[in-house]
Write a protein that binds this ligand. Structure first.
Ligand SMILES: Nc1ncnc2c1ncn2[C@@H]1O[C@H](COP(=O)(O)OP(=O)(O)OP(=O)(O)O)[C@@H](O)[C@H]1O
Length: 891
């Protein structure tokens, strides 16, 4: 249009030379103008091609365009079609007046509507379009930035669309403080460079996207390597905090974990940059927030992060205290994302953030989920190990339990201190099999409800009582929720409630699968493993205490009926082959007579050579099983690889070398007695197998499939201190329990020197017969010598000594015995002796001798005779050394 007009003018002014000259001049000016415009365009387009990022573009506006034309500032906005708005993308407004406007930062962050008439005009215009601000700024719907500019002295604006693939992608806004600030040339230049600037902006956006993607990738890589080393909750909290800080410095977070009840969530780890009220925080940490609160359940069900407003949640009626808490902290909006490993929901992540990069947060969440599953798995393993260690400790404590008081101490220590659990009651089933009597309880528990407790604990209930029956019928016990029971009208629950604990656990106590009572524990929570372990230990201990109590009662009774029983022992039980009638052996006979006829397991304890096997045989021979042979296993003599096959037998081909089927000792002893000699020597793995067979009273041969029921009475013997062995971990506590049902202690020979004479006669007779040397007389000196020796090898040693001495005897008389001079125990004593004064040694030697001579000071068989000093001398020595009757008859 412009060119056509100039040509017309040229043709009209041909007649007038001056006018013509002017025209030519004007034409030349125009041409010069176009040339300049073209040069500017060329130079600018050259510069635009070099634009790589936002800064380059800003420099282009700031330095190049501002250098050519008088403008105040330039802004590039981008269109968001989804939102129907446009928003600032790039600002060249360094020295511009509007920076000092109050609403400047608001403008920079605003999204302006695409629907308003002003911007619609720009969109429809073919090329740059300018406006005088005063004309348009106050029209309804005009964008506020027009007025903001005007208020800072800006007068006009030139706008043009940036295009991408034939569609507007944004706008260039150019401002001037002159009402007619935009010349034709300027418009033309801007129009000329718009396509290139559009291209440059597209490239910048693309580059920024790539850059952001790279940043995300490296962020996630950093986070994943930080989280790979996380082992504890604390480390997880700090890894998440460090990562989130990079995304948004003020971002607080909380991870909640789904509780074992599967219906609530509790805080797991968290971090807030706010000042938190400690009390509130502690309350929050303890809380269990129901999953189905309309927020947590939505997060857990959603594959994508969800945005929430605290205010709206409260309006909606979300009753979970945490929303109010968050609001009070000043958190108005937050994002919730589920934490899930494989198909399992672990918990949720809540972020105090308004704007998030979805992909990034999802990446973070999957890393957190993995770390969390690992930590939980670790925690579970630790917990199991602790529980097992705890049970082991408990089992050692229980091993030492002899009395009710011991058991009470052990239980209270363990339950109260370690498990935060209270023993409400142990009831045991009476002999009638119907009633249950209170056995033990923690009185302190019921301080608030003393009367109720007295009333209830004195009640003798039966096995049919509803709660007891339910517990006895259960496999692993029943848990009663105190509140629920209270609502259901359970009379006991009032009492339970007074303790402040949440649950009552009723558990059956069983020995050999036979119910012996119930135990009632109050706790907030109890682990299955611990409950089971403790119950079986306590059951065993109660059974042992009961057996001991019965034994004690029997003993008492026996003392009263001593004479009668002595007679009975003689007539009914034939322990003829056992020599010794002193007080110590009488005690042994009494115990034997008590247990012989039953099927009770007997544990014979005593030093080597004290006659344990002899006692075992006597018990068998006095039992109803006497018609079958007693089967003996020497546990110390079994090669470890054959123990199992020896005890339980094997099938043909069960292992290399198993050519034939073999019947084990257990099977062999069916309906008879199995004597397990030297049981303390049995290796631990064999102990476990033995325990199983004893418990279940059935076995399978190695390599066999058939379960064989056995009816075997067990008698075990050892010269070891099994309690010590249990403590040292060499003997299983549970096996010890099974064996220690009825212990019989055999006294060492040195403690029953009153039997030495009878034993000597017995062995002299036995070996006279065997060797054909008839001994008619034993010198009294010999007996004295034998009584004064300590007999570390006990009766066996005496037996061998007599056998040897007979061979060396002459003339049918035993005049001499060859007692060893130095024995090991003597050596042990040496060190002890060296530390004692001569007087002390003399004193204790005289007391020992007096004891052995049953207090006889002078005359035949007396201490004076043994010491080879006159009786008077011994008397005066005793006086000098202050030896009284009580010293040698005291114990
Ligand atoms: N009171 C006794 N009367 C008669 N003989 C006895 C008596 N006590 C032990 N003996 C004899 O002493 C020897 C050793 O006894 P036994 O083998 O029963 O002892 P033990 O305690 O089982 O020994 P170890 O612990 O070494 O196996 C046997 O010959 C036994 O007959």
């Amino acid at each position: 249009m412009k060119n056509a007009g100039t040509k017309e003018k040229l043709q009209h002014s041909n007649s007038d030379g001056k006018e013509n000259d002017q025209l030519i001049e004007s034409f030349q000016l125009q041409v010069a103008h176009y040339k300049k415009e073209k040069d500017i365009l060329l130079a600018l387009s050259d510069d635009i091609t070099k634009v790589r990022d936002k800064n380059d573009l800003i420099t282009l506006f700031k330095k190049r365009i501002k250098g050519l034309y008088h403008i105040t500032h330039t802004i590039v906005t981008l269109i968001d079609y989804k939102e129907g708005s446009y928003t600032p993308f790039l600002l060249d407004n360094d020295g511009s007046p509007i920076r000092s406007h109050d609403r400047y930062s608001e403008m920079v962050q605003s999204h302006f509507s695409l629907n308003e008439p002003f911007i619609q005009t720009v969109l429809k215009s073919d090329g740059p379009i300018s406006f005088v601000l005063e004309d348009i700024m106050d029209k309804p719907d005009s964008p506020p930035f027009l007025r903001v500019n005007y208020e800072k002295g800006v007068k006009s604006i030139l706008m043009t669309c940036l295009m991408k693939e034939g569609k507007p992608m944004g706008f260039i806004h150019i401002y001037s403080d002159d009402v007619n600030g935009f010349s034709e040339e300027f418009r033309s230049v801007i129009k000329g460079i718009v396509p290139q600037i559009s291209g440059a902006v597209s490239n910048i956006i693309k580059n920024e996207e790539i850059l952001n993607k790279e940043k995300e990738k490296s962020f996630l890589l950093d986070f994943s390597s930080a989280i790979a080393t996380v082992k504890t909750k604390e480390e997880l909290a700090s890894a998440v905090h460090n990562a989130l800080r990079k995304l948004s410095p003020e971002c607080g977070f909380i991870i909640r974990r789904i509780n074992e009840d599967n219906s609530t969530l509790s805080p797991y780890v968290y971090h807030f940059n706010k000042q938190l009220d400690r009390k509130m925080l502690a309350a929050m940490e303890q809380s269990r927030f129901p999953i189905n609160d309309g927020l947590q359940n939505r997060i857990l069900a959603s594959t994508i992060p969800l945005f929430f407003s605290a205010e709206k949640e409260l309006q909606r009626g979300n009753a979970s205290g945490y929303v109010q808490f968050w609001k009070e902290l000043g958190i108005s909006n937050f994002v919730g994302i589920r934490l899930r490993n494989a198909e399992t929901n672990l918990g949720i992540l809540l972020l105090d953030i308004e704007d998030i990069n979805l992909e990034l947060v999802q990446g973070i969440c999957s890393q957190i989920s993995i770390a969390m599953s690992n930590i939980i798995a670790h925690e579970q393993v630790d917990k199991k190990q602790n529980e097992q260690a705890f049970l082991l400790g408990f089992s050692t404590d229980i091993t030492l339990v002899r009395t009710k008081q011991d058991l009470q101490d052990a239980i209270f220590t363990v339950l109260d201190k370690t498990m935060h659990t209270k023993l409400a009651m142990i009831r045991v089933i009476d002999d009638d099999g119907i009633h249950l009597s209170p056995f033990m309880f923690d009185r302190s528990l019921f301080d608030n409800g003393k009367n109720d407790f007295e009333k209830m604990s004195s009640m003798r209930i039966t096995v049919d009582e509803a709660y007891t029956a339910q517990v006895l019928a259960s496999k692993d016990g029943v848990m009663f929720n105190v509140e629920e029971e209270l609502r259901n009208g359970n009379d006991y629950a009032k009492l339970w409630k007074s303790t402040g604990l949440k649950n009552m656990y009723g558990l059956p106590l069983r020995v050999n699968n036979k119910p012996i009572g119930t135990i009632w524990l109050l706790a907030n929570k109890l682990s299955q493993l611990i409950v089971k372990g403790i119950c079986s230990q306590i059951s065993m201990a109660i059974a042992n205490i009961q057996a001991n109590e019965k034994l004690f009662a029997y003993k008492k009774k026996l003392e009263v009926e001593n004479d009668y029983l002595k007679e009975q022992i003689k007539t009914i039980y034939n322990f003829a082959e056992i020599i010794g009638s002193g007080e110590e052996m009488q005690k042994v006979y009494r115990l034997m007579s008590l247990v012989a006829e039953s099927n009770t397991t007997v544990l014979v304890l005593g030093e080597t050579g004290t006659g344990k096997e002899l006692i075992a045989r006597a018990i068998h021979n006095s039992s109803p099983r006497k018609d079958k042979l007693m089967v003996k296993v020497n546990c110390a003599a079994l090669p470890s690889n054959l123990i199992e096959s020896e005890l339980f037998g094997h099938e043909r081909g069960a292992f290399t070398g198993a050519i034939d089927r073999r019947i084990g000792k257990f099977e062999l002893a069916n309906n008879s007695t199995l004597f397990l000699d030297e049981i303390g020597e049995l290796p631990l793995d064999a102990q476990a197998k033995l325990l199983r067979v004893i418990q279940e009273r059935e076995l399978e041969r190695i390599g066999g499939k058939q379960v064989i029921k056995i009816d075997v009475r067990l008698v075990a013997a050892t010269n070891r201190n099994l309690e010590e062995e249990v403590k040292a971990g060499r003997f299983r506590a549970d096996l010890y329990f099974r064996l220690n049902v009825f212990p019989i202690h055999l006294p060492p020979l040195r403690e029953r020197s009153e039997d030495i004479e009878a034993l000597t006669h017995f062995f002299v007779q036995k070996y006279s017969r065997n060797t054909g040397r008839k001994i008619k007389k034993i010198a009294p000196r010999v007996i004295q010598q034998l009584r004064s020796y300590t007999w570390p090898g006990n009766v066996r040693e005496l037996e061998h000594l007599i056998e040897r001495s007979i061979l060396l005897s002459t003339d049918g008389a035993l005049e001499e015995v060859y007692i060893p001079q130095n024995t090991d125990p003597g050596k042990k004593d040496e060190a002890h002796l060296l530390n004692r004064s001569l007087e002390e040694m003399e004193r204790s030697y005289i007391i020992d001798t007096l004891k052995r001579c049953l207090g006889k000071i002078s005359g035949p068989g007396s201490a004076a005779e043994v010491l080879q000093i006159p009786g008077n001398t011994l008397h005066s020595k005793m006086k000098k050394l202050n030896i009284n009757k009580a010293d040698y008859f005291g114990n």
